[in-house]
Design a protein. Structure first.
Lengths: 270, 293
């Protein structure tokens, strides 16, 4: 291509009626979405006492184990707590619905059958819908009305590799890469408006849509708080950990007198 | 914003962060702020300040101010469970206990996982003398919310007040697990163990307090919590030398008891040394007191 290619002349009306509207609509939709998500957010679910107890029972043994190697608790107290927890885990005292029946089927609970878990999933789906639907509508709108439009010329040259990024929707081999098509402008906004939202709405806004592309309501089972866990199994596994911890248990009071005497220089004297 | 107002706000924020219960000062500063209308300008912090002022004014008996604050909070956050608890605290100030207990019962019925209401209920129960119910509720509470350090210390306190030192030790051991870095809990454990008659265990725990205190050296006189711990060591070691007692927790008595006793005597006396080598009189008194019976 020559150094000075035939320059395209863009109608200022394209700027006024296509470029600005697309940008404005995307910003406004992002802000609207932020408020819709806030409105949709259900207050965190209130758990009943047995449920809280079940959820936090594991923390008890974790706290006990955390300091096992240098435990502040004397041996008799440590073993008492440890044995008690171990027995309780074995018997299933901490389970929400009481100790399990002996012939209960050993299948993990189905998340679809637990209404509490279902609610959590629905909440995720709802926000997901709010994320996806407007973007689909906008994309359809741009594709329908402005397909093949060239909206803007970048003020700096770029290599040919950017062609697919900047000229989506236009299949012209020899157009300068600096021209940006309408669909590409949409994508640039889609990924690039987060900084603007942060300026308008504060730091943890829900307007940024590109972030949600990563998250799906199903793919991250550990992150959702309403996830069903088979606590019976978890407790049984924790029993082994407790036994290990009992093995490495060492009271901080062991030999404390030597340490203190040594620090005050009394130990070396005969 | 005037500098004095900014300064007052800063002080109050520090009180909030450190959980200081300086109610009189909080009230004086807060009333000033309320008059100047500075609280309205702060958004989120302002509400925390109003809550703080409300609790402080209940503390010093200015219920009119408390009512005004509560009204503001209730208008701003209708249906908030935190405001409901504040309402309960306000009721505790004037209403008879059974009315308050009913109020908390209602809150707990609506949401059985309401920890704050549960705790308030337990505190009211203890105050009106229903210690048995209080202990029962508190153990249940701690079984659910295990990591409530305050709750374990309260339970230990209740048991100690009923002379049930073994139970108190058990609750304190949970408290130790939850805050293994806090020498005050260790000291309390040691003193409770001494009260329970487990002198070897008490001695070990007193020694642990000294062991945890990084700043003390042989030259510097012990300060603060260490003085108390040294007194405890002295007390335990002397008792063990005179009449070795069995330990309920099967704690082994340290071999070099005499050395420990010597060191404890030295350290206690050192703490009475005074700044410029004076204080011989108080040292003499301490020496006499320690060697008597």
């Amino acid at each position: 291509m020559s150094n000075e290619p035939v320059s395209l002349y863009l109608d200022p009306q394209i700027r006024d009626w296509v470029l600005f509207p697309i940008t404005l609509v995307m910003i406004l939709v992002g802000i609207l979405r932020h408020y819709v998500v806030i409105w949709l957010q259900s207050s965190p679910q209130k758990l009943s006492r047995p449920a809280i107890r079940e959820q936090r029972a594991l923390a008890r043994s974790q706290i006990l184990r955390a300091t096992a190697a240098n435990s502040p608790v004397p041996p008799s107290f440590y073993t008492a707590i440890s044995r008690h927890l171990s027995q309780a885990f074995e018997a299933g005292t901490y389970l929400k619905d009481g100790p399990p029946k002996t012939d209960a089927p050993a299948v993990p609970p189905n998340p679809m059958s637990d209404p509490a878990a279902m609610d959590g999933m629905m909440a995720g789906m709802k926000t997901q819908m709010v994320m996806m639907v407007p973007q689909m509508v906008i994309m359809g709108w741009i594709n329908f009305f402005f397909q093949g439009f060239v909206l803007i010329k970048l003020p700096f040259p770029l290599t040919l590799g950017f062609k697919s990024m900047l000229q989506r929707g236009i299949d012209t081999q020899d157009m300068d890469v600096r021209w940006v098509s309408s669909l590409s402008w949409y994508f640039l906004n889609f990924f690039g408006l987060n900084g603007l939202y942060r300026l308008i709405l504060g730091n943890d806004n829900a307007a940024d849509s590109s972030r949600d592309m990563m998250a799906s309501p199903f793919s991250t089972p550990m992150a959702t708080p309403g996830q069903v866990q088979d606590y019976n199994k978890v407790f049984k596994a924790e029993r082994d950990n407790l036994e290990f911890a009992e093995g490495i248990y060492c009271w901080i009071g062991n030999g404390v007198e030597e340490r203190v005497l040594g620090r005050y220089g009394k130990l070396s004297q005969p | 914003m005037a500098p004095s107002v900014a300064h007052a706000l800063e002080t109050l924020a520090r009180y909030r962060a450190n959980n200081t219960r300086a109610s009189q000062e909080t009230f004086l500063k807060g009333a000033e702020l309320l008059k100047s209308g500075a609280a309205a300008k702060l958004n989120d912090e302002g509400w925390a300040f109003i809550e703080q002022l409300m609790l402080a004014s209940i503390d010093i008996g200015r219920l009119d101010v408390a009512d005004r604050c509560l009204q503001q909070l209730a208008d701003k956050f209708p249906g908030s469970s935190r405001v409901e608890i504040l309402q309960g605290i306000r009721m505790e100030a004037t209403e008879p206990p059974n009315v308050v207990l009913q109020y908390y019962d209602k809150l707990i019925d609506a949401d059985s996982g309401n920890a704050a209401a549960w705790k308030r209920q337990i505190s009211v129960l203890r105050r009106v003398g229903k210690v048995e119910t209080a202990v029962e509720e508190l153990t249940q509470y701690l079984d659910t919310f295990y990591n409530d350090l305050e709750g374990w210390l309260e339970l230990a306190d209740i048991y100690s007040s009923c002379n049930l030192y073994t139970f108190a030790l058990q609750s304190l051991s949970h408290a130790l697990l939850l805050s293994p870095q806090n020498p005050f809990t260790v000291l309390q454990f040691a003193e409770t163990a001494y009260s329970a008659g487990d002198v070897p265990l008490a001695l070990k725990m007193f020694l642990s307090v000294i062991d945890m205190d990084d700043e003390s050296t042989a030259q510097e006189p012990p300060r603060g919590i260490s003085v108390r711990a040294w007194y405890g060591i002295k007390l335990c070691s002397r008792r063990l030398i005179r009449s070795p007692t069995a330990s309920a927790s099967k704690t082994v008595v340290p071999k070099n008891l005499n050395k420990i006793e010597e060191l404890a005597t030295e350290q206690v006396l050192l703490s009475y040394r005074g700044k410029d080598g004076g204080g011989t009189l108080s040292q003499d008194i301490a020496r006499k007191w320690m060697s008597s019976s």
